[in-house]
Design a binder for this molecule. Structure first.
Ligand SMILES: *Cc1c(COP(=O)(O)O)cnc(C)c1O
Length: 369
């Protein structure tokens, strides 16, 4: 049996271990927020935003941000049909309705023209998800939001390292969210971040994130709102501080891995991969191959071929509107078609060139057979 090639795996060095050990040993009492504040400050600087709140997950950050925007029963939130469930579930938990629209065929991100068509008097927000690190058309989405007075939210969970016309993903919308789950480019095990340049929104989310206790409140144990408990621990933040010191290295490695695949695969007829449009940088969280329908290659062929070689490759996200829990419709045209002939390739930090070559040969063989 050939050695297993994993799909994702974090890069944890002595630096992460030493910071986490220090937090576990000393980070209590008056020091219990030290790494959290340091992590938030480093993240703000990296993103060039004014406010950041470390959270227990990206889902929690989205939930609080959407609650702070006042999204609730009867409201609609427009998002791409191709996505992980985590972006849709906070909308559902708030009693609002996710409105799924189709994706663009090159970036696999939300189609701005369809967003505009989907706007109704009940629309309360538009969510831009930078899928797999590929960037949404932010110029168009922000213009539509501005024209209709609807905030654009950026779920940048997959887009650390992605840059749009000089601005980092997550820094352009009313607020942005990030995930530090173990599969993401930067990890704290579990964790997330809420970022914004809106001072009032920041105050509201800060209060919500601390069980509704406003920081100006002088009475003890006195909540001013019914809030949430989506905080990050100091020990997780210590891991985050170490990862932030290595952020350029972590992103560069992702991009190098992606380009090694791309250079050998993208010229083959019938294949497309994550794009990198003019004036953008793709953070390359998830190298993905989509086969043209004419090739006849299917998700099932691909899964079987990779399993045979003991390589952990993953399927492209299912169209959310096709899930029985979210309506169980047909799915949109592109969002329901692409996952049937696509695969995510392994891209963990320490993958070797030999391992990448094994992945590449599986793809070439599937096309030949
Ligand atoms: C990973 C991911 C999330 C969820 O992140 P958690 O930290 O697990 O809550 C949300 N949105 C997208 C697009 C993701 O990829």
């Amino acid at each position: 049996m050939k050695s297993r090639i994993h799909y994702t795996k974090p890069s944890i060095t002595g630096l992460e271990v030493s910071y986490a050990t220090d937090a576990a040993t000393n980070g209590w009492g008056e020091k219990c927020y030290e790494y959290i504040h340091r992590f938030e400050d480093a993240f703000k600087k990296h993103l060039n935003v004014q406010y950041a709140i470390a959270t227990s997950s990206c889902t929690g950050a989205l939930h609080m941000g959407m609650a702070a925007l006042g999204i609730g029963p009867g409201d609609e939130v427009i998002m791409a049909d191709t996505n992980w469930i985590a972006t849709a579930s906070p909308i559902v938990h708030l009693g609002a309705k996710p409105i799924f629209v189709d994706i663009l065929s090159d970036t696999w991100c939300i189609d701005p023209d369809l967003v505009e068509q989907a706007i109704t008097p009940n629309t309360k927000a538009i969510v831009a998800v930078h899928l797999y690190g590929n960037l949404c058309d932010m110029d168009k989405l922000l213009a539509i939001g501005k024209k209709h007075g609807i905030p654009v939210i950026e779920d940048a969970a997959e887009a650390i390292g992605s840059v749009y016309q000089g601005k980092r993903a997550g820094s352009m919308g009313r607020f942005g969210t990030f995930s530090f789950h173990g599969t993401k480019t930067l990890t704290t095990g579990e964790g997330g971040m809420f970022v914004t340049d809106d001072a009032a929104l920041y105050e509201t989310v800060l209060t919500l994130s601390n069980h509704g206790r406003a920081r100006g409140q002088s009475k003890q144990f006195w909540p001013d709102m019914v809030g949430f408990k989506y905080k990050m621990s100091n020990i997780q933040a210590a891991l985050g501080c170490a990862q932030m010191e290595r952020i350029d290295e972590l992103i560069k490695r992702k991009r190098d891995i992606f380009y090694y695949y791309r250079d050998q695969l993208v010229a083959i007829p019938g294949i497309s991969m994550n794009p990198e449009h003019l004036n953008t940088i793709n953070g390359a969280w998830m190298p993905t191959v989509v086969f043209d329908a004419e090739t006849g290659v299917t998700r099932e062929n691909l899964q079987a071929a990779f399993a045979e070689e003991n390589i952990d490759a993953r399927v492209f996200f299912h169209a959310l509107s096709s899930l029985p829990i979210l309506g169980g419709e047909q799915g949109k045209e592109i969002s329901s078609s692409v996952p049937l002939r696509a695969i995510n390739l392994p891209s963990f930090h320490d993958i070797s060139l030999q391992e990448q070559d094994r992945v590449i040969s599986v793809i070439k063989n599937v096309l030949r057979s």
